[in-house]
Design a binder for this molecule. Structure first.
Ligand code: SAH
Length: 247
């Protein structure tokens, strides 16, 4: 069964590039992802197809109407009645902050429904009715949930076995093992006086493996030392880290 992903939005055309090119498009073509984009306006209750209204209590900015969102989620659930239980993900700066671990967890689900907000966000009763998993891409505010939903879907999609051509490359990405990635080089061997480290040209696989492991530790210590507290380090890595710290 492919992972099913539904996006609920007032800007469905924003998703066209996501479905046309790149990792998500590839996953769809391979039958590993089943992606649907829903236009919230189709579920409006008035002839103007409204999806937002002024805030009770006054103040600037509009609020997303609850009824179209609830109707749309009902329609999605009805369409995929056999699809099992969907995780409803409400994009929101107030949600738990998305991480690689969360991406892996979501990739193990069978069905994800993303709610993309706009304006001041959603009528609070959408939270009450759907009890969504509120999810944020970081402690800042962007103007809509479409980009956050695409960011999350991309990170989740590439975790699905087969979507990225080489699963080893996913496992070596930053954060997968709690460390940052090691540095990468490609042709030419020398660029404007800067040389590729000799070890990478040596063809000595064991030396290359060790060098990369040590470089990943060095990068993490230099750029994101906070990650080392949560990283699972094997004995070799612990010994390397002790040595690096002594320098
Ligand atoms: N007034 C709201 C922000 C609304 S921004 C608040 O302060 O909580 C409009 C929409 O953009 C939100 O409903 C959400 O869908 C999306 N959004 C904004 N920042 C986000 C973030 N960091 N992560 C995920 N979604 C975000």
């Amino acid at each position: 069964m492919p992972l099913r992903i539904d996006f609920v939005t007032i800007f469905p055309s924003m998703f066209e590039p996501l479905l046309a090119e790149g990792i998500i498009a590839r996953g769809i073509k391979q039958g590993l992802l089943d992606v649907h984009v829903w236009d919230l306006r189709d579920f409006a209750t008035d002839k103007h197809r409204s999806t937002d209204d002024e805030a009770y209590g006054g103040g600037p900015g509009m609020v997303m109407l609850a009824e179209p969102v609830l109707r749309c989620v009902e329609a999605i659930r009805a369409e995929a009645a056999e699809g099992g239980d969907a995780a409803i993900l409400m994009t929101s700066p107030q949600g738990r902050v998305f991480t690689q671990a969360a991406a892996r967890d979501l990739a193990s689900r069978s069905w994800l429904i993303f709610l993309c907000g706009r304006y001041e966000g959603f009528d609070e009763r959408i939270r009450e009715a759907l009890q969504p998993d509120e999810i944020s891409i970081g402690d800042f505010v962007v103007s809509g949930g479409e980009l956050p939903a695409m960011v999350i879907a991309d990170a989740v999609g590439r975790m699905i076995e087969g979507v990225v051509g080489n699963s080893v490359s996913v496992e070596e990405d930053s954060f997968f093992r709690g460390l940052l990635d090691y540095p990468h080089y490609t042709r030419p061997e020398e660029l404007r006086g800067m040389r590729v480290p000799d070890v990478l040209l040596s063809g000595h696989h064991e030396k290359i493996r060790k060098w990369r492991k040590e470089q990943a530790l060095r990068a993490t210590l230099r750029k994101r030392p906070d990650l080392l507290d949560g990283a699972e380090l094997d004995e070799e890595a612990q010994a390397m880290l002790r040595r690096i710290r002594e320098e």
